[in-house]
Design a protein. Structure first.
Lengths: 569, 81
């Protein structure tokens, strides 16, 4: 029994011990579980702090929910994505770096990356080739020393210094190193705080471009000079010059043309049309509306310019062609030929007049010589009369031929042979007047001379020729019964002879041209003979005596001739 | 061609940090592939101001982008590629 009791007692003790052991084990396990949760919360908080958020408090998430929510799993997964993203980003950065390095090495410009003190942090292959000219490591060396060869900073010209001072990109257009020309660009790089961390310097070799630019400038200058020469030649052309383009617009005018037409090409964008020209025929020529087989057309045009005086212009219009023979426009050169055409007309009139003047006495001579030859029996009086007539007409012919020879000598510059000697002007005048008085009984010749002789240093025959011409004209253009008055006086060693008539007189426009050769005030009046040479020769002869001549005249009031001749010294 | 995007809306108003962040990260993690492909956008409605800083910062680190818009009484945070 006791044995049974002891056995029971022992079993209870064992069970009690086991219960105690299990209680202790349970306590230990609870403590361990709490440690585990504490550890998990600490790690979760560590992870949350990495992502920058607050700690996870037990009242926000209890231990049981913590396991179910699995924040470590969430954050770990997040980190996995962050790492993947950063890995991808790193790959892109590496790729970008390689790309930049490739560009850096292959770019045509010399590139230097400098720190804020100007020391070289990186450089490309072109730097060695263009700036250094040698294979040398320049990392850490001051830019100014390796590039410019300077020991100290150049605050005035250095692009890097300007970048640092202005904190902006800087350009230097024309920088020379040896025989090379560069454009330099300095570009600052900033950090997040706005401080300059690097300066990238780019040196572009523009030597070839510079040479090409210089060559181009020289070529441009030469072209401009050539252009200026051409324009100067065109401007100084002896005549009015116009050039048109393919659309018949005026592209060039010289000064004479501007004066003639009253406009100029001041604005190169405004090209006046040829239709603006005052002469329709000229615009037709310039626009090619006048057809001809030739490239050059010559035509006389009559029109008025800005002075509103009608003149004759000889227009030479030629086609302007390019090197390939293509049509580029037309060029017109206008010469004022009014005078030439007038001379031509006067020459033509002279030929007609001279033929008439020669034929009239010749007809008389031929008529009377025929009469003498065919009529055998002639009275002495008739014979005398016929021969005097023949002699008179022959003298007329001699006079005309003499005038022609004189004018021919004067024109040729040979002059007339003059033999000077002291002559009494009154005697010469009376001699000429007496001859006219015999022949022209219809006119009176009153003379008004001083009591003393007027001695002039003259060629007797030349002065007689002068007087015959002037008095002859007065007689020709005066009505019968009119007076041709001769008056002379002396003053200051000069003799003043005035010959006046009461004849037809002249218009001012005729008066100013009476000394021109071949000019006749009224060439259409063939009843009054004359070649238009007399007064031309008179003027020459008087001026050869160092004298002068001028005329005063009014239509219907006669003409007065003033002759001034030097006295004998 | 216009890509059709699905928008997953999460209304976590009343939640504070870090729970707000963890809830959003759990959704983002679960849908990361579609988000990365631009097929999905996660729209978070929250009234926790801290979340407007932590969610965009974490999304940027994950290679995503987040736009925050303040509306009456809460914030709209759109997480997308």
């Amino acid at each position: 029994m006791n044995r049974q009791k002891e056995q029971q007692k022992s079993a209870v003790a064992e069970l009690t011990a086991e219960v105690e052991r299990l209680r202790q084990e349970n306590t230990r396990l609870r403590e361990s579980q709490q440690d585990t949760f504490t550890y998990i919360r600490a790690k979760v908080n560590d992870m949350l702090s990495v992502v920058g958020t607050k700690t996870l408090k037990p009242e926000e998430l209890d231990d049981q929910s913590l396991l179910e929510f699995d924040p470590i799993g969430i954050v770990t997964k997040t980190f996995q994505h962050v790492l993947d993203s950063h890995r991808k980003l790193n790959q892109e950065l590496h790729f970008a770096h390689d790309e930049i390095q490739a560009v850096f090495d292959s770019v045509g410009a010399a590139l230097l990356v400098l720190d804020p003190s100007g020391s070289v942090l990186a450089y490309n292959q072109k730097t060695k080739e263009l700036l250094l000219g040698r294979d040398e490591d320049i990392l850490g060396v001051k830019c100014r020393a390796v590039v410019c060869g300077l020991d100290e900073e150049d605050n005035v010209h250095c692009t890097f210094t300007k970048v640092m001072q202005t904190r902006r990109e800087q350009h230097l257009q024309d920088w020379t190193l040896g025989e090379r020309n560069f454009t330099v660009v300095g570009q600052p790089l900033f950090n997040a705080d706005g401080e300059i961390t690097h300066v990238v310097m780019a040196y572009s070799d523009v030597t070839a471009r510079k040479k090409a630019e210089n060559a181009l400038l020289e070529a441009l200058q030469e072209t401009q000079e050539a252009n200026a020469k051409i324009h100067a030649i065109l401007r100084s052309a002896a005549g009015s010059l116009l050039v048109t383009d393919t659309s018949d617009q005026i592209v060039l005018m010289n000064e004479r043309a501007e004066q003639l037409f009253g406009f100029c090409l001041t604005n190169p964008r405004e090209k006046p049309a040829t239709d603006l020209l005052p002469c329709r025929q000229l615009s037709d020529l310039l626009c090619g509306r006048v057809h001809s087989g030739d490239d050059v057309l010559v035509q006389d045009l009559v029109f008025s310019g800005t002075d509103e005086v009608e003149r004759t212009y000889q227009a030479r219009v030629a086609i302007v062609r390019g090197l390939e023979g293509d049509y580029r426009g037309r060029i017109a050169l206008l010469h004022d030929v009014t005078r030439e055409r007038e001379v031509d007309r006067m020459k033509s009139d002279f030929v007609s007049t001279a033929a008439h003047e020669l034929r009239t006495p010749l007809s008389t001579i031929l008529g009377y010589t025929d009469l003498l030859l065919t009529q055998e029996e002639q009275t002495k009086e008739h014979l005398q009369e016929y021969l005097l007539l023949i002699q008179s007409k022959a003298e007329n012919l001699a006079q005309i031929v003499g005038d022609l020879l004189d004018i021919s000598r004067i024109e040729a510059g040979d002059g007339l042979q003059l033999s000077f000697e002291p002559c009494d002007l009154e005697q010469l005048c009376r001699k000429v007047v007496d001859e006219f008085s015999i022949d022209k009984k219809s006119h009176r010749f009153p003379l008004d001379f001083p009591d003393y002789p007027i001695l002039i240093e003259a060629d007797r025959y030349a002065i007689i020729q002068v007087l015959e011409n002037i008095i002859g004209n007065a007689v020709k253009y005066s009505p019968k019964g009119g007076a041709v008055q001769l008056a002379a006086q002396v003053e200051d060693g000069m003799c003043f002879l005035v010959i006046s008539d009461t004849g037809l007189g002249m218009l001012p426009s005729h008066l100013e041209r009476v000394f021109e050769k071949f000019y006749r005030a009224d060439a259409t009046n063939t009843a009054i003979s004359g070649t238009g040479l007399g007064l031309t020769i008179v003027k020459y002869l008087i001026e050869a005596h160092r004298g002068s001549i001028r005329l005063e005249s009014q239509p219907g009031q006669g003409t007065t001739v003033h002759v001034q001749l030097p006295m004998v010294q | 061609m216009t890509l059709q995007r699905e928008i997953l809306e999460m209304d976590i108003r009343g939640q504070i940090c870090p729970s707000s962040l963890l809830l959003v990260l759990r959704e983002v993690n679960q849908n990361y592939v579609r988000l990365e492909a631009g097929q999905l956008e996660v729209l978070v409605l929250t009234d926790n101001r801290d979340a407007t800083g932590t969610i965009p910062a974490t999304a940027e680190n994950m290679g995503l982008h987040a736009e925050v818009e303040k509306v009456s009484g809460y914030y709209r945070i759109l997480v997308k590629k």
